[in-house]
Design a protein around this ligand. Structure first.
Ligand SMILES: Nc1ncnc2c1ncn2[C@@H]1O[C@H](COP(=O)(O)OP(=O)(O)OP(=O)(O)O)[C@@H](O)[C@H]1O
Ligand SMILES: [Mg+2]
Length: 388
C-alpha cells in the first residue's frame, strides 16, 4: 500500500477549496492512497478522511462486504499523524470465544490454564499507532466493555493483572451490520456505539456508484495482467449493469479470473462468468430517446431470446438464468412464434430432450445443425406438443 506523500497532503489541503478541478484532483490523490473511483462517493469519503488528518478520534466505517472499508481505514491511518506508526488490522470475527479477550488485551502468566507466559495482546502491540477492528459487531459484550474502557480511559487490564496498563492507540472500527439494530437486540453496547460513531464514514455499495466501475475495471485489468486486455462493448455493458452483490471485491475477483483464463486481448461477453452475461442486454436501452423506449413485452421478448442465445439454446440454462421454469420459457417462445413468425419460426426443440433451441436468430446455435424435419417436439414435462 502506497503511503500518501506530503505533496499529496498539500494537494488535499488545496483541494478543500471548491473548484471545478476538484474531482480529478481527488481522483489522483485517491489513487495514491489506493482508493479508485469517479463517483461523488469517493471524493466525499476522501474529504472526510482528509478532515481527520489532525485527529486521532475513533472512526466507524460502515458498508456492505467488499466495499473497501479496510482500504478506507488504511487511508485514514496514512493521512493521520500516526502514518509512520503501526497499523494493526484485527478481524474480530476470527478471534474465537474466550481467547478473544486475551488476544486483544493480553494476560499474565498463570492467569488461566494454558497461560504459560505473559502475553501483551493486540491493543498493546498497536501502542502508539492504529488498531483497526474489522467486523466489530462480532465482539462479545464482555469484550466490548473492555474496549470501552480502552477508549475512555486509555488503558487495558490484561487477564490476571492487578494493575491496568496505559495504552495510546487510535481505534478504527468497521462493520457491515447495522449496529443500531444490534444495540436494540442487546448484542452491542449503546455507550460503545456512541463513542465509536462520533465520526463515521459510510461507503455505499458499488451498485449505487456505478460510475466507479469503468475505472476500477481498468485498474484491476492493468494490475493483474501485463497484456493490454480490454472488454468488448457487450461485456462492458454487462459489467455496468450487474449489481455486484460482493461489491469491489467481487469485481476484482471476476477481473482476476478473466485475466487468468483469457487467451485473447479482448474479453467477450461469452467469457464472463454467470450470471454476468445476462446483464448485457438491458443497458443498451439506457441511452434511448423517449421515442425509442420499447414496450415492456418487447423488452421481455428480446431479453428472453438473448438468454437463449447466450446459453446457445440450452433451455434449462436459459430458464435458470431468467429465473423462470422451462415450461414458462417454452410457452413464451411459442407465443412469440405465433405472434411474429419471422424471427422465431425456426425454433425447434431438440430431439434428445435436452431442450436445445435452434435458429432463433436465423442461424443454428448448435455447431452441428440438424435437419428441421423429424424433430421430436414433445415436452417431456408438460406433455404439450410444441411445433417450435
Ligand atoms: N475504491 C477502491 N479502489 C481500489 N480498490 C478497492 C476499492 N474499494 C475496494 N477495493 C479493493 O477491493 C477489495 C475489498 O476491499 P476491502 O477489503 O477494503 O473491503 P471490506 O469492505 O473491508 O470488505 P469486508 O467487509 O468483506 O471485510 C480489496 O482488494 C480492495 O483493495
Ligand atoms: Mg474488511
Amino acid at each position: 500500500m502506497t503511503q500518501c506523500p506530503d505533496q499529496i497532503r498539500s494537494k488535499y489541503n488545496w483541494a478543500r477549496q471548491p473548484t471545478l478541478a476538484q474531482p480529478a484532483l481527488f481522483g489522483d490523490a485517491a489513487q495514491d492512497c489506493g482508493l479508485i473511483g469517479d463517483s461523488p462517493a469517493i471524493p466525499r469519503v476522501l474529504r472526510t478522511v482528509n478532515k481527520l488528518a489532525d485527529d486521532v478520534s475513533p472512526v466507524l466505517i460502515t458498508g456492505e462486504s467488499g466495499v473497501g472499508k479496510e482500504l478506507v481505514a488504511r487511508a485514514v491511518h496514512q493521512r493521520s499523524q500516526l502514518a509512520s506508526r503501526v497499523f494493526l488490522p484485527v478481524d474480530s470475527a476470527s478471534l474465537v470465544g474466550s481467547l478473544m479477550e486475551s488476544e486483544l488485551f493480553g494476560h499474565t502468566k498463570g492467569a488461566f490454564t494454558g497461560a504459560v507466559e505473559n502475553k501483551q495482546g493486540l491493543a498493546r502491540a498497536a501502542d502508539g499507532g492504529t488498531l483497526f477492528l474489522d467486523e466489530i459487531g462480532e465482539l462479545p459484550i464482555e469484550v466490548q466493555a473492555k474496549l470501552l474502557r480502552l477508549l475512555q480511559e486509555g488503558e487495558v487490564r490484561p487477564i490476571g493483572a492487578v494493575k491496568p496498563v496505559r495504552v495510546q492507540v487510535r481505534i478504527l472500527a468497521a462493520t457491515n451490520r447495522d449496529l443500531t439494530d444490534e444495540v436494540a437486540s442487546g448484542r452491542f453496547r449503546e455507550d460503545l456505539l456512541f463513542r465509536l460513531k462520533v465520526i463515521s464514514i459510510k461507503i455505499p455499495p458499488l451498485r449505487e456508484r456505478r460510475e466507479d466501475i469503468p475505472r476500477l475495471t481498468r485498474f484491476f485489468l492493468d494490475r493483474n495482467s501485463l497484456k493490454q486486455l480490454s472488454l468488448s462493448s457487450a461485456a462492458y455493458k454487462a459489467f455496468l449493469e450487474y449489481d455486484w452483490p460482493g461489491n469491489v471485491r467481487e469485481l476484482e475477483n471476476v477481473v482476476r479470473s478473466l485475466v487468468a483464463l483469457s487467451s485473447r486481448p479482448v474479453i467477450e461477453l461469452a467469457d464472463l462468468p454467470s450470471p454476468l452475461p445476462s446483464f448485457a442486454q438491458s443497458l443498451g436501452d439506457r441511452d434511448a430517446e423517449p421515442s425509442e423506449i420499447l414496450p415492456l413485452a418487447e423488452v421481455e421478448r428480446r431479453h428472453i431470446l438473448r438468454a437463449v442465445e447466450i446459453t446457445k439454446g440450452d433451455m434449462r440454462a436459459a430458464a435458470l438464468m431468467l429465473g423462470i421454469s422451462r415450461t414458462t420459457l417454452y410457452r413464451k417462445l411459442n407465443a412469440y412464434r405465433n405472434g411474429d413468425g419471422k424471427k422465431e419460426k425456426n425454433i425447434r426443440r431438440d430431439s434428445d430432450g435436452q431442450g436445445r433451441l435452434f435458429g432463433q436468430v436465423g442461424r443454428p446455435f448448435n455447431p452441428v445443425p440438424r435437419p428441421f424435419g423429424g424433430w421430436n417436439t414433445n415436452d417431456s414435462r408438460s406433455g404439450s406438443t410444441a411445433d417450435l
